[in-house]
Design a protein around this ligand. Sequence first.
Ligand code: NAD
Ligand code: DAU
Length: 354
Amino acid sequence: MILVTGGAGFIGSNFVLDWLAAADEPVINLDALTYAGNLENLASLQGNPRHVFVHGDIGDFALVAGLLAQHQPRAIVNFAAESHVDRSIHGPEDFVQTNIVGTFRLLEAVRAYWSGLDAADKAAFRFLHVSTDEVYGSLGKDDPPFSETNPYEPNSPYSASKAASDHLVRAYHHTYGIPVLTTNCSNNYGPYHFPEKLIPLVIHNALAGKPLPIYGDGQQVRDWLYVKDHCSAIRRVLEGGRPGETYNIGGWNEKPNLDVVHTLCTILDQLSPRVDGQPYREQITYVTDRPGHDRRYAIDAGKIERELGWKPAETFETGIRKTVQWYLDNQAWVSNVTSGAYREWVGKQYGEQK
Ligand code: NAD
Ligand code: DAU
């Protein structure tokens, strides 16, 4: 079996659902259920004996050590993290605690477990750390996309904490020999994406008749990947990746934010037109920019394609349409996750904007 951490969040829950749909191998899913973790994402697995959910923190050494001893996983996929850049600007502490200290303690529990395995199980074991392209910093307009050899230049407390965790993972390979793999992926979108991030926030606000907030001039560029393509890339790296290596994952889909928001508005105009017949674009509102906002991310996904034969299945056009349709079909999910604490966050982040 495998141990997945953070498997009740956006990417983790998509990964667990896809894994169990594709293979018989059971999953132990360890998640602290922060504001971003939601068991409703996994509702279709209720009663499935191949999915064991454990409510807990990756930083709880005793808990993780006990899980490893009990279940003897052949691999760990570490999604657990604080993941939202804007929240890291308001409050970096949680990011340091989970992304750095939590990953360190998880690695310590893994080191103790892995050291006790016999030679064959040691060689077959994998620790796959899910990281981000944000660790490479910001690109200029004409710079080549990030490759695995780009230096780390993180600019936000979020990306700095992820960079620190990547360094720890690397060090546990070089120092102790643990067979680790690190993936650095670009911006994901798709089902179960929490509506604090650009794409689900815009869909949610558009349908609710609220402003669609564009930070600064809206010309910042992100490289978008449909979440299920990220999940298939992780499965491929887990299967065939070389221990100690890092793999960049991206969709070759660089888009300025304003173009993404225009695309969302156009699709919504077609699938769920406003009752007054006006276009959703009318709701676009320019707001104060994110401090230290990275201008451009772009991923060179050549290594994973050459070495492991992975390519995304979705284009941005097909993936974004599926995503909008998913949100239209799952309004109950959206209502549940946007109550209570979510409103406090929106007040804090957007209420302060001019
Ligand atoms: P998310 O915020 O939606 O989910 C994070 C999950 O981790 C939640 O279920 C949360 O409850 C859990 N968690 C948080 N702290 C924990 C702790 N201490 N112990 C156990 N569980 C904890 O994040 P996501 O967007 O699904 O991202 C998953 C991973 O992928 C993160 O490591 C992130 O850095 C990375 N990543 C995300 C993107 C993206 O576009 N969303 C892109 C590249 C990489
Ligand atoms: O690149 C990978 C990263 O992508 C992941 O590591 C992060 O976990 C994930 O959150 C994401 O980070 P971003 O900061 O790029 O994503 P976000 O959806 O927050 O913002 C996307 C772009 O849209 C960014 O340039 C900021 C802008 N934006 C965002 C919000 C929430 C707006 O203009 N308005 C908004 O209201």
